[in-house]
Each structure stands twice: as C-alpha cells, then as structure tokens.
Design a protein around this ligand. Structure first.
Ligand SMILES: [Zn+2]
Length: 411
C-alpha cells in the first residue's frame, strides 16, 4: 500500500471512527454525524470509545535505540521515599514509605549510565535521617537526598524560625537541598489541612528560603500543574482522558487560584530571595509556554529548570525546545520524576524503557515516537520528536549543571 493510500485510508476510516467515538464519549451534541457524512466503510460500525482507541502509526521512520546516555547522568528528580502520613495533600509525619531499595535501582543505573539519583522526597527529622542512612551513606556519589518542609509544625507561632532551624538540622543530617511539593499553593491551608489556602509567597516561609541560601542548598520547587488542569474538563480539553480518570487532578474548581496566580506568587519568591537557587521543576511548571519560562529565566538569574515528566510538552514543539536548550544550556538539569514501581503513571515509572525515551529525545532527531512506555500516551494523545542536542549541551544537561547545584563532582 502506498503512503498516500494509507493516509487516505486513515482519513476515511480511523479518524472518522474516532470523531464519532469522541462525540459519544464526551457527550457532545452531534452536528455532522448524519448517515450522509459517512463512508461505506464506517456506516455499519459502532462508534469507538476513546479509551479503546490505540492507533498504530503507519509511518516508516528511523528508530534509534539509545540504551546508554552519552554522558553519565545525574537524575535530579526522583522519588525513592514518600511521606507515610498525608492528610488532604499535606504530609504531616516524619515516617517514610520506601518505593525502591538501592539494590534494585543500581543495576538499572549501571545499564543506563545513571551516575546518581536525587531523591527529592526525603522528608525531615528521623525520616530524613533514615533515608540518608539507607541511600546516601551506603552508596556515596550514587544517591543524594533532599529534605521537605515540616508542615506538622505549621500551627506553632514560631513556625518561621522553627522551619529555618529544621533546614539547618536537615543539612547536618546530610540533606543536599529542599523540595517543595505543589502542597504549597494548592493543599497547605491556614489550619494546615483546613481553612484558606496558604500562598506560595507567604512571608512565614522567608526564613526557610534564606536558610537554604546560607547553606547553599538548592530548592527544587514544584508549584501549579499542567495548564489543562486549570481549564474545564470537557471535549476541548487536551488532557481530557487523564482528568476524566482523575477528577481530583482538576483545579478548575471554586476556591483554587489560577495557574497564573500561582506562578506569579512563585516569581515573587524568586525575586525576594536572589541568593537562593531555585530549580523550577517540570520546565518551570509551564512547559506549554516556553516563551514565559524564558522570560522568567531572563528575569531571575537564581532560577533553573528540570525537564521531568514533560517530554510530552517539549517533544511536541521540538524546534522551540531545541532553541530553549541552546539558550539556557547552563540552567537546565536532567530529571524524570521517576518512581520505582510507579506503574500507574508510566510517564514517570523508574525502569529501563523510561530512561531510553529520555535519551532518545535528547540525543537523536528521531520523529514521532512515544514519550512514555505505555500503549496509550498518558499525558495527552500525541507523540514527540527528538531534539538532537550537540555534545556540549548534552554534557551540561546530563550532569554538569546538576553537579554545580549539588556541589558534587560532575561525570
Ligand atoms: Zn516529582
């Protein structure tokens, strides 16, 4: 079959079925679904549920396998431990739940040329000490642990100072940086788990940001979420399937700020604490708008970004992404958001396949491939193309930039 006839076949059957299925699944009014619009091939067929649609690309393209990264990788964004006690999105206890032991992670790291993993969710107090003992101390240079805020102290009148003191204690326990989950801005409330939301630039956190500057601990900060999560879950939403499966991920609800309000509050923190290095995770939490991320990187010399769980966005705008990497090659760190056994979210499951996709995106000019090891693209129904970074930029992104932020040896 020629390429043209394949394409026209898709146009007349596959896509015709999809649009019928979409109309039905999304509950939209049908305006052009009259029998006269249908081709003979589809007229006798049932509409197809969107969830069942798994189109197989008919493109014949180069497929490059990149089993090992060209330079040793510091994965700046992983989750090897989590809080064992979370209420309404706020972690309240020191106790940790381990997602993957070092012994099961190291063979994958060896195979894929991963020098080190940064475990951002290392917790605080006894939980942090246990994490550092289990990973960093047993395998120096292979694991680095970050601390997290002690929100369990938030109701105490001296919280700002207590939190700054907790950062010092964490540093003494071996923490390499501070991680802020989107808890700040979207979950933490005046009475910790109830009341009004606390803003990202709330001054009660100022001593914490300054403590990080004084101790040269970078802050890995995740605020907000994909832009589609702040718009209505309807047939126009490009992340419809995800939001339909996880309605609690939508912030298009009364009582929540807009994406822009959250990012503006975050930017005020960057401006107020110029000596603190902030790594704005997930491409500055606005990979859909690289122009905006670029403007902020220009405004805030203390801002860096990682690329974790955003290949879906970067790889669907490969030319813009390539220019972005070129211009900000000293400010971008490699990250995946990888979580051992996180199979429910294939875009961030810690396994060989996930790393191969990242390497393929960064190192090749392959086109139209899956951004996650999953039969259905989990973060929007599209595919990505690689950006084929030159050697010098690859080296910076794979390890040199992260090594500088973490004050460790580059690979
Ligand atoms: Zn993460």
């Amino acid at each position: 079959m020629s390429r043209i006839s394949r394409r026209s076949l898709l146009a007349t059957t596959g896509m015709g079925i999809l649009s019928g299925g979409l109309r039905r699944v999304l509950g939209a009014e049908s305006t052009s679904d009259s029998p006269a619009d249908k081709t003979p091939a589809e007229s006798h067929k049932e509409p197809l549920d969107l969830a069942k649609y798994q189109p197989v690309s008919m493109l014949h393209l180069k497929e490059t396998h990149v089993p090992r990264a060209r330079y040793p990788v510091i994965d700046f964004h992983t989750h090897l431990t989590f809080s064992a006690h979370v209420v309404n999105g706020v972690s309240l206890g020191a106790e940790r739940r381990i997602t993957g032991q070092p012994e099961e992670l190291l063979p994958i790291m060896e195979r894929r040329n991963i020098l080190a993993l940064t475990n951002l969710t290392g917790g605080f107090a006894a939980g942090l000490q246990g994490t550092v003992a289990q990973y960093d101390k047993r395998f120096p240079t292979r694991f680095y642990t970050f601390t997290e805020p002690s929100y369990n102290l938030f109701q105490q009148s001296k919280y700002p100072q207590l939190q700054a003191d907790a950062i010092l204690a964490a540093h003494q326990s071996g923490a390499r940086g501070l991680k802020i989950l989107k808890t700040l801005g979207l979950s933490l409330r005046e009475q910790t788990t109830t009341g009004n939301l606390v803003k990202v630039d709330d001054p009660r956190f100022d001593p914490m940001w300054e403590a990080c500057a004084g101790l040269r601990m970078p802050v890995a900060i995740h605020v907000s979420d994909p832009l589609a999560f702040f718009t209505s879950t309807d047939r126009f939403n490009e992340r419809y399937e995800e939001l339909n499966n996880h309605p609690d991920w939508s912030y298009f609800r009364p009582g929540f700020p807009s994406n822009a309000e959250i990012l503006e509050a975050r930017n005020r923190v960057f401006a107020r604490h110029p000596k603190t290095n902030f790594v704005a995770l997930h491409v500055g939490n606005f990979a859909e708008n690289l122009e905006n991320v670029s403007q902020n990187l220009d405004r805030f010399p203390n801002m860096y970004v990682d690329i974790a769980a955003r290949l879906n966005e970067l790889g669907r705008q490969p030319r813009a992404a390539g220019k972005f990497f070129d211009k900000y090659q000293d400010r971008i760190v490699f990250g995946t958001d990888a979580t051992p056994h996180g199979d429910k979210f294939p875009q961030q499951v810690f396994n060989d396949s996930l790393y191969e996709i990242y390497f393929r995106f960064l190192e090749t000019d392959d086109e139209y491939f899956d951004y996650a090891p999953a039969p259905i693209p989990p973060q929007g129904r599209w595919k990505i193309s690689g950006i084929d970074l030159p050697d010098g930029i690859l080296h910076k992104v794979y390890n040199q930039n992260a090594a500088r932020l973490l004050h460790v040896a580059a690979g």
